[in-house]
Design a protein around this ligand. Structure first.
Ligand code: ATP
Ligand code: MG
Length: 345
């Protein structure tokens, strides 16, 4: 059975290609480490495709949200620069796409205050992604920011009136929060915000080398910028099982199947076919196929990344220019919000 979110994504795809000018996309990442293959197939690839379709795209470096699951943001500058390099390497074009960071856009953050007044504490506590993240949290105690960051995310999306959000599956509960905030604001004050839709990719949940969600902070990921040898080493250490016959069966064989899927995504092929071809060559054969597929697919991205890394002045300029534009957009929205709420202007 096809889930409503998947069905809605298919409808959206059609509308996006027919009328890209009607849409505005907001997506982003936390500067907590290097972007990985889960990001690439889960969302990055979609961002570039939408940009190239002519949709206006905003890409957020979510620096304040680093503090949701840890006490301090470590090596922030290094991680921000890493994200910028990854974006440029995959084909984000700063002339068409606005790349900005949270902390540089005060008016966006101010939207959090009225938005928090629109949701109940009970609603925040029920969010399944937040529960999962609390389980993996490195914080000494669960902070208020952990509970409220889905509302902060509503501010991220709504400050630019984003109506399409290309995300992985873990983000669906958060998008519900954003839709609720938009709807309640519009009902309580005035029609200001769209109710955005999630756009799921073909790989909304790629698993890492330990067969749980690939995450930059779980030591189970293969970075976009990883070298060919490092990629081989990581895949060699991936969790598989004892059955030599390779099949694609995500529910019963998560480890093996996630490797099959990764190869299939890199090759642009069907995972069942890829599994059938590997057949009885066992985990070692599977890992050889995956390593080669990943390294071939990522080679041009890795080469471009290395080129941009030679000119960090330009890379930082991309963020400065994006921040200027994001500030103008955020200030205009905040003015509208304050006006709708009857605040002294
Ligand atoms: P962290 O471990 O620091 O939370 P992360 O790897 O989960 O990092 P985020 O910055 O939280 O990455 O997520 C950025 C975007 O990438 C989100 O849209 C998320 O849904 C998507 N994403 C993250 N991991 C995956 C994955 N394994 N498969 C598909 N999409 C993913
Ligand atoms: Mg995450």
């Amino acid at each position: 059975p096809v889930s409503p979110a998947v069905r809605r994504s298919a409808e959206l795809e059609q509308q996006l290609s027919l009328d890209p000018g009607r849409f505005r996309v907001l997506t982003g990442d936390r500067p907590t480490g290097a972007l990985h293959l889960g990001h690439y197939f889960g969302t990055l690839h979609n961002r570039v495709r939408l940009q190239d379709l002519g949709v206006e795209v905003f890409v957020l470096v979510a620096d304040y949200q680093v503090l949701t699951d840890r006490d301090v943001a470590e090596r922030l500058t290094e991680h921000v620069e890493g994200l910028l390099l990854d974006y440029l390497a995959i084909g984000i074009d700063p002339a068409r796409t606005t790349v900005f960071n949270h902390s540089a856009v005060p008016a966006l953050n101010q939207l959090l205050l009225p938005f928090l007044s629109l949701v109940s504490v009970a609603e925040l506590g029920r969010n399944p992604t937040v529960k999962d993240e609390i389980a993996h949290s490195r914080q000494s105690a669960v902070s208020g920011l952990m509970y409220t960051y889905p509302v902060h995310q509503a501010a991220d999306i709504l400050f630019c009136k984003g109506n399409v959000v290309p995300v992985g599956q873990d983000q669906l509960p958060h998008l519900e929060v954003t839709r609720t905030v938009a709807r309640r604001f519009n009902e309580r004050y005035a029609e200001v915000f769209p109710e955005p839709d999630a756009l799921l990719s073909a790989a909304p949940l790629l698993l890492g080398t330990d067969a749980t969600k690939m995450s930059k902070s779980r030591n189970n990921s293969i970075a976009l910028g990883a070298g060919a040898d490092e990629t081989a080493r990581l895949i060699k250490g991936a969790t598989t099982d004892a059955d030599r016959h390779i099949t694609y069966d995500p529910a019963r064989r998560p480890g093996v199947s996630s490797l099959v899927l990764l190869a299939a995504l890199c090759l642009g092929r069907d995972p069942h076919e890829v599994a059938a071809e590997i057949g009885n060559s066992g985990a070692a054969g599977l890992k050889r196929t995956v390593t080669e597929a990943v390294n071939t697919r990522m080679a041009p991205i890795r080469a471009r990344r290395a080129e941009y890394a030679q000119d960090m002045g330009y890379v930082r300029e991309v963020l400065r220019t994006g921040n200027e534009r994001a500030n103008a957009v955020a200030e205009a929205t905040l003015r509208e919000v304050r006006e709708a709420m009857g605040m002294f202007l």
